[in-house]
Design a protein around this ligand. Structure first.
Ligand SMILES: Cc1cc2nc3c(=O)[nH]c(=O)nc-3n(C[C@H](O)[C@H](O)[C@H](O)COP(=O)(O)O)c2cc1C
Length: 442
């Protein structure tokens, strides 16, 4: 996967082009790197990451994987966010936050690898609402705008925001005008009320008044299930861009102007992309299962549910040969053959820290012996020598174990980080909280 010149040359503050843009919506668990790359290949102009909660990304360690050029943001061995330079110029990173300072820290953490920062103000899930995030922010416009303004003023990237609508039209228009005044570059609108479920029809009739009320580009989202719907909704509302979630979850080639490809082609292409990007096998299985969700009678569905490893998923789709070829190629290059480099990277990092600590201890032991010798000869300098040794130990701890230092005191457990590239138990959600599991290849 090569980095394009455009990616490298992009100006940080340049807003993305939303005119006639087809956009992959933020989708927890679904919108991981392989799906985003495929969406771009099939014609999406922009792609959003799944929502990542601010505390989940702040303090992450950035690691570049030498074998495939992907970049991981790791927290305690979990890849919270994986990207590749080839998507940077079209990548929007979505943050879940209820705190202006944390949102900014989250944005700054990933700023070098993304093009735009988006604030999720539409998630109606309990996890978000209880934390004052997502759609809860729409009830507190001052707070919402405070977070956006802090991002706009300080994060160095264009900022956008995704909202739902209120049943009350005037209230919605008042809110969007306030949001626009913060200086954001575009506004995505999911045309449902906070408490409306995905199966209830969205309110397409509400886009136009929002488009008319603001001068920034509006991105229309909700119930766009066919390529042709994009033109319809543009005509109806005058919106700049169109954003698709479930249509892409079911078949990401919805972005192809020539029409969708058969699902089996998509599944196989997706599996290849997962190998290429070393996607976590349980995320791979989850995403493939979602592709069959409307056809659970398919002969592939039951074996897929029962598959316990990447190889087992490959077997369902007769792709074991491709997996073996991939493993062989990895081995020839001396690259790892696991399907999630995060635990390996974490283990390597741990080993490095342990070595650094061992060095510190052995230096300390040596220093103590030297001190004893010196004490016997020149007692007056021993206190000075001990102090120097302590400073040295502190310096080595700081240099040798930066990640340890970073995570010390971090509120990881209570912050509920949202690992974007890790397993996922549930379907109907906008926010994920996932356990760390080991990776099985064969
Ligand atoms: C699996 C899934 C995960 C989602 N995760 C997010 C998310 O992380 N952030 C967000 O703003 N919306 C999220 N959404 C909502 C979608 O972005 C979108 O607003 C909604 O599904 C309506 O669009 P659609 O009719 O095209 O599906 C998610 C939706 C789905 C189906």
């Amino acid at each position: 996967m090569a980095t394009t010149t455009t990616d490298q040359q992009q100006q940080p503050m340049q807003a993305l082009n939303y005119t006639n843009a087809a956009i992959l919506a933020p989708m927890v668990r679904i919108g991981t790197l392989p799906v985003r790359l495929m969406a771009l290949e099939y014609g999406a102009d922009l792609v959003y990451t799944p929502e990542v909660v601010d505390k989940g990304i702040v303090g992450c360690e950035r690691v570049v994987n030498a074998d495939n050029g992907t970049i991981d943001y790791l927290s305690k061995g979990v890849s919270i966010f994986r990207t590749h330079p080839s998507e940077k110029s079209r990548l929007v990173f979505q943050i879940g936050s209820a705190n202006a300072e944390l949102a900014l820290q989250a944005a700054l953490t990933v700023a070098q690898d993304v093009s735009t920062i988006d604030l999720n103000c539409g998630c109606p899930k309990r996890f978000s609402i209880h934390g004052g995030m997502g759609a809860a922010l729409m009830e507190e416009p001052e707070k919402l705008c405070g977070i956006l303004k802090n991002l706009v003023d300080n994060c160095g990237l264009p900022v956008t925001c995704k909202i739902r609508i209120f049943p009350d039209r005037e209230r919605t228009l008042k809110l969007v005008k306030m949001i626009e005044a913060t200086g954001i570059k575009a506004l995505a609108v999911h045309c449902r009320y906070r408490d409306e479920r995905p199966r209830e029809p969205g309110h397409w009739d509400r886009f136009k008044e929002i488009v008319d009320a603001v001068s920034i580009p509006v991105i229309a989202n909700g119930d766009i299930r066919e390529y042709a719907d994009m033109a319809r909704i543009r005509e109806l509302s005058g919106c700049a861009g169109v954003m698709i979630a479930r249509g892409a979850e079911a078949n990401v080639s919805i972005f192809r102007k020539e029409g969708r490809l058969p699902l089996m082609d998509i599944v196989r292409q997706y599996m290849r992309k997962c190998l290429e990007t070393r996607n976590h096998h349980s995320n791979t299985k989850y995403c493939v299962m979602q592709m069959f969700i409307e056809d659970t009678k398919s002969p592939y569905y039951k074996p897929l549910c029962e598959a316990k490893s990447f190889r087992a998923v490959c077997k369902v789709f007769d792709m074991e040969g491709e997996l073996d070829a991939w493993i062989k190629k990895q081995e020839e290059h001396g690259w790892p053959t696991d399907l999630d480099s995060a635990p390996r990277k974490a283990a390597e990092s741990k080993e490095k820290k342990e070595k650094a600590n061992a060095n510190v201890n052995s230096n300390l032991g040596k220093r103590k012996q030297d001190d004893l010798k010196e004490e016997a000869i020149v007692p007056a300098t021993s206190a000075t020598t001990a102090t120097t040794a302590q400073v040295e130990v502190k310096q080595q701890m700081e240099e040798g174990a930066p990640a340890l230092k970073k995570h010390a005191g971090e509120d990881g457990a209570s912050s509920q980080p949202t690992p974007a590239d890790t397993p996922q138990p549930e379907v109907d959600t906008e926010v994920e909280t996932a356990p760390v599991t080991s990776t099985t290849l064969a």
